[in-house]
Design a protein around this ligand. Structure first.
Ligand code: THU
Length: 138
């Protein structure tokens, strides 16, 4: 699975976003070390707090299916009814969820807009000095 295919999967996932409050629709496609892809969209809630981002939806689907090793995630987000017109980077909570399961140097986040711009970053670049399980085992 190459980056283009993963981006296409994220674009498809964005179509299922449930975002009646922000009208900002996000899709994510998460690639495991074994080559499987788990997709996610943002899922909002009238009480706002229970809302879930696309990235976490993809991670929680994968982890709940027994997956523990991940290679990369593609993310695309933008206002409803538009192609994404800017890059959409994961929020802090999603970065922390990635930190739980991914190697900060190896795991890659692929950001893309609807105009063909692509930026690939490591988790370590997005979350430097991240807090993880090793901090608790010292
Ligand atoms: N959102 C995501 O799903 N992923 C991101 O990377 C940024 C924000 C969602 C949360 C909320 O449903 C909407 O976008 C507006 O913040």
């Amino acid at each position: 699975m190459n980056n283009e295919e993963l981006i296409m999967a994220a674009r498809e996932a964005r179509k299922t976003a449930y975002a009646p409050y922000s009208h900002f629709q996000v899709g994510a496609a998460l690639l495991t070390d074994t080559g499987r892809v788990y997709c996610g969209c943002n899922i909002e809630n009238a009480a706002y707090g229970p809302s879930n981002c696309a990235e976490r939806t993809a991670f929680f689907k994968a982890v709940s299916e027994g997956e523990r090793s991940f290679r990369k995630i593609a993310v695309v987000g933008g206002r409803e009814g538009t192609e994404a017109d800017a890059l959409c980077a994961p929020c802090g909570i999603c970065r922390q969820v990635m930190q739980e399961f991914c190697d900060p140097e190896k795991f890659k986040i692929i950001l893309t807009d609807g105009r063909g711009k692509i930026r690939e970053l490591s988790l370590g670049e997005l979350l430097p000095y991240g807090f993880g399980a090793e901090n608790l085992s010292r």
